[in-house]
Each structure stands twice: as structure tokens, then as C-alpha cells.
Ligand binder design. Structure first.
Ligand code: FAD
Length: 481
């Protein structure tokens, strides 16, 4: 039986920030994730926008944590070595949208968003040349930013591990008991005992809570689908561009990524199950809605269609610090802007446990995580020196993304050794380029099979049995515009 101070269930961005915050304060923590890697839920399929905070209703936890979280990101990104695009965001419309923009401006100022202002046609079109000609007003929020949601989540977990935290993957808790002021969490094989348990399992909070007869939440699910374009049009949009929002959603955004691509999406469809399929009807919806704000989209450059699911509980985030089982905490309904809010959510929960429930912290000498080599960031001279030292950095695995075997091996030897090709993809962009793996999967599988000393057919794409070779790409998306 392993003993720790805090167990966190669920390694999405919320669990990752809680895990990281605890280890930064010298608390012994174990993160349990039921999947084969961290960041497998909504945290890997969102827009990656660190919102400024004008969008959230006044006096909500969403507004409070969004504005606080936005301010916390730059420092944390720097510490982790994570890229952050300090690009701001725009909400745009024609004359009919001006009143809504004024409402958003007033709400933003109320929520504590700084530097936000309405700009007019000339300035707008100078900022974003691919805006539609009829767009004449925009709400500019310079404090919005973009991150890579999955590398950020992975880096947070890696840093926590480097600082003494423990991560157990493929851990599906089947029982939680409270015995003599300590919780015992078990998956049938292993048991962990902890003073505190923090449930961050998103759509599964109810099933985890039912293991210990804890509060149930009224959960609803909203699917968001995306079209991702390749990186051949850098600067096509320079910041997230939102349309005038509706009651239900912020609308289809045109948004760059930290990798130089851009995407259109997400849709907002109520679903009854955690369904991450992309429905082909959505292609037309995304095309027609985005055409209201931008022009010159080249749909031949679409490389991927995918979806994420927002997990909602009413209109706000929910926190339950159990009275019945003191030390048991549930974080529920972390839908958008959950990514932006996650550092502030983690701080709030940890502070509350320290101040009100006697969670003990201690000053420790903190270590930095190792930032992986990216040969694209090296000058030809430096790359030559590196290749002379280690020829693996001269052996290309993924041509579209210019990724070497040396970089893949660094990640495989990292604190969370990815066991699937998707795990390598999320860390390094392998198979993420224009060919979407058609040319590089076989090389990547070979590198992984040599490293893990496993036959190539045992290297899987995701989950427990999704074979790389069985994943045949769907056709039909490169239709003429
Ligand atoms: C389409 C879309 C776009 C979005 N865009 C943005 C945006 O631009 N900006 C923004 O701020 N927010 C955005 N969001 C919201 C943001 O993505 C979420 O708020 C955030 O990812 C939620 O993180 P989480 O950790 O709560 O959930 P998840 O990422 O879903 O993590 C939950 C984890 O728990 C694990 N788990 C489940 N059950 C168990 C169990 N029994 N035991 C152990 N582990 C378990 C899962 O495998 C998963 O890894 C968007 C969301 C969506 C869907």
C-alpha cells in the first residue's frame, strides 16, 4: 500500500495544475489517471485560448478564475519552457454587432479585464487582413493568449514528477473508503492511502463520487468540432477571431495555434454521451459560419477533423468540499474557460485545504523540468554540432514537422514515457503535419519498437488496442471550395 498526503483523480488540465501546485509547495501527491497517458479528455481537444475574461457572466466563479488564471499563465509558461503567444483576441461584427460589443466591453471592465477596447475598421483590417470586408467593429483584448493545451498539461505533470510527485496511469479507481481519517483508493490491484482526495475526473465525477457516496452533479455535455489546417499559411490569422456570440456559444473562431497552423471551430452540439466523433454535416456549418467573419480560406489545406466535449454543471464551475468525508473535494463542471482558469482553480483549492483543513506544506528546493530539444529552433551551425555528437538528431522521423529520431528518443526517456504514437504526437508534433502520418508512422513505430524492445505490431496508436496500421484515414475532406 502506498501512502501519500493527497491523491488527485484525473490528469486533465485541472488535475495537472492541482498536482503541480501541490508539489511546488512540497506536498506529497499522487495523480491517478484511468487512461494510458495524461491529457486525454477535453484538455487535449480545445481551442488553446487563454481568454481575457470579458465573456463570463458577472460575479461568477468563471469570471473570477478566468481573469486570475490569465495573469498567472505567462510566469508558469516561462518556468516550464512552454510557448505562449501573446497575441490578444478579437470579437468582430458589422454595424449590427456594435451593441453586443459594447456589452462585452462593459462586462470585461467589470470582471477586471485590462486594456480591452473597441476598434474600428481600418485598425481591425490592418491587424487581420483576411477579415471579411463587411466587418467594421471589433472588441480587442490584448491580454488573451494562446498555448498548446496538451504540451502545457504534459509539462505541468512532468515538472510535478521531477519535484517528487507520482503519476499512476491506467489506474481506474473501483473503490474509495474512509478508514480512520484516511482515504483508501484502490483499483482492485493497488491501494493508495491519503489524507485528501481531489476528484478532477470531468464527465466521470459522479461515478467516482458514488464510490464513497458523495455529492452527485447534474452534468450536461456539449460537443465542439474543429477543422484544422496545415501550417503552410503562417499568419493567415494572427489571433483568435470570434464572431458576435450567441446565448449558447462564443461561436466558430478562426484561431492560430502555437505550431503555426490555424483552425476553424468549435461547433456547440448537445450530446447525451461523451461523443468525440466529427459529424460530416459540421463541415458545412463551420464553413458557412466562419465565412461571416473571414475570407480567403483554402479548404484544400484541411488536415484533420476532430472534436472535444465540454462538461457542464449549470452555468458555473462547482466546488464541493465534503462535510461528510472531510478532506474529499470535487471539482465539477469545468467547461470553458476551464483551461484559462485552471491555475487559479488549483490555487483556490490548495489554499483552502491549507487554510481550512490543515494540509501541511513545506519549503522545498524546486527543480526545473528538462525542456526537450527542438531542432527547428537551432541554427544550422548548432544543429551540425549536435548531429556530430549524436547522429540521431540528423535522422528525420517526421518530414512534415522536421522531427528527428534524437528528439523522439529524448521524449521516450522523459519523466512520462509515452507508450502510444499519439502520446509522442502530442509531445512532439510527430504525424501532426500535412501527411497526417502517412509517411512517418512506420518510422515512428520502428523507433518506438526498438526503444521499448517490443515487436512493431505491439506499438499502438492510442488506448489499449488501437493498432497504428489499422487506422485508415477517411477521405472526402479535400473537396473544392
Ligand atoms: C471544444 C472545446 C473548446 C474549448 N476551448 C477552450 C479555450 O479555448 N479556453 C479555455 O479556457 N477553455 C476551453 N475549453 C474548456 C477546457 O478544455 C476544459 O475546461 C478543460 O479542459 C477541462 O479540464 P478537466 O481537467 O476538468 O477535464 P479533462 O481534460 O476531461 O480531464 C479529465 C481527466 O480525468 C480522467 N478520468 C476520468 N475518469 C477517471 C477515473 N475514474 N479515474 C481517473 N481518471 C479519470 C480522464 O481520462 C481525463 O484525463 C474548451 C473545451 C472544449 C470541449
Amino acid at each position: 500500500m502506498q501512502k501519500t498526503s493527497v491523491v488527485i483523480l484525473g490528469a486533465g488540465i485541472v488535475g495537472a495544475f492541482v498536482f503541480n501546485t501541490l508539489t511546488q509547495r512540497g506536498v506529497k501527491a499522487i495523480l491517478l489517471e484511468k487512461g494510458e497517458d495524461v491529457c486525454l479528455g477535453a484538455s487535449k481537444a480545445n481551442s488553446g485560448i487563454i481568454h481575457a475574461g470579458y465573456d463570463c457572466a458577472k460575479d461568477t466563479l468563471k469570471a473570477k478564475f478566468n481573469v486570475l488564471g490569465n495573469k498567472m499563465f505567462p510566469k508558469i509558461a516561462k518556468r516550464l519552457g512552454e510557448k505562449i503567444l501573446d497575441c490578444g483576441s478579437l470579437v468582430v461584427g458589422d454595424e449590427n454587432g456594435l451593441e453586443t460589443l459594447k456589452t462585452l466591453l462593459e462586462r470585461g471592465i467589470y470582471n477586471g479585464v485590462k486594456n480591452i477596447r473597441i476598434i474600428e475598421k481600418d485598425e481591425l483590417h490592418a491587424l487581420e487582413p483576411n477579415l471579411n470586408d463587411n466587418i467594421c467593429f471589433g472588441l480587442f483584448s490584448p491580454d488573451a493568449k494562446i498555448i498548446s493545451p496538451y504540451t502545457f498539461c504534459i509539462s505541468l505533470c512532468e515538472e510535478a514528477i521531477v519535484n517528487g510527485g507520482k503519476l499512476l496511469l491506467n489506474f481506474d479507481a473501483t473503490s474509495i473508503k474512509k478508514i480512520d481519517n484516511r482515504f483508501e483508493i484502490s483499483n482492485g490491484n493497488d491501494t493508495i492511502t491519503a489524507e485528501f482526495v481531489i476528484n478532477c475526473t470531468a464527465e466521470n465525477v459522479n461515478s467516482v463520487n458514488s464510490l464513497i457516496d458523495e455529492k452527485q452533479f447534474d452534468i450536461s455535455l456539449v460537443k465542439g468540432e474543429y477543422m484544422l489546417f496545415d501550417n503552410s499559411q503562417p499568419g493567415f490569422v494572427s489571433r483568435p477571431i470570434f464572431p458576435i456570440p450567441t446565448e449558447k456559444s462564443k461561436g466558430i473562431v478562426a484561431c492560430p495555434t502555437t505550431h503555426g497552423n490555424f483552425f476553424l471551430g468549435p461547433t456547440a452540439k448537445d450530446v447525451s454521451t461523451y461523443d468525440t466523433s466529427f459529424s460530416y454535416d459540421s463541415i458545412n456549418e463551420i464553413k458557412s459560419k466562419s465565412s461571416l467573419i473571414i475570407k480567403n480560406v483554402n479548404y484544400k489545406k484541411v488536415i484533420k477533423l476532430y472534436a472535444g466535449v465540454r462538461v457542464k454543471v449549470g452555468d458555473d464551475f462547482e466546488f464541493d468540499f465534503s462535510e461528510k468525508n472531510k478532506g474529499f473535494v470535487t471539482i465539477a463542471g469545468i467547461c470553458s474557460p476551464g483551461l484559462s482558469s485552471a491555475p487559479a482553480i488549483a490555487k483556490f483549492v490548495v489554499d483552502k485545504l491549507v487554510n481550512e483543513q490543515n494540509l501541511k506544506t513545506k519549503k522545498v528546493k524546486l527543480k526545473k523540468r528538462k525542456v526537450y530539444t527542438n531542432i527547428l529552433n537551432l541554427s544550422p551551425q548548432k544543429l551540425n554540432v549536435l548531429i556530430k555528437k549524436n547522429k540521431d538528431y540528423g535522422e528525420i522521423v517526421c518530414n512534415c514537422e522536421t522531427l528527428s529520431k534524437g528528439e523522439v528518443l529524448e521524449v521516450l526517456r522523459g519523466p512520462i514515457s509515452p507508450l502510444t504514437t499519439d502520446g509522442v504526437k502530442r509531445r512532439l508534433r510527430a504525424t501532426m503535419g500535412h501527411c497526417q502520418g502517412s509517411f512517418c508512422y512506420s518510422t515512428l513505430v520502428k523507433v518506438m519498437s526498438e526503444f521499448y524492445k517490443l515487436p512493431e505490431e505491439k506499438i499502438i496508436m492510442r488506448g489499449k488496442q488501437s493498432l497504428v496500421l489499422s487506422d485508415i484515414k477517411e477521405g472526402g475532406i479535400y473537396e473544392n471550395d
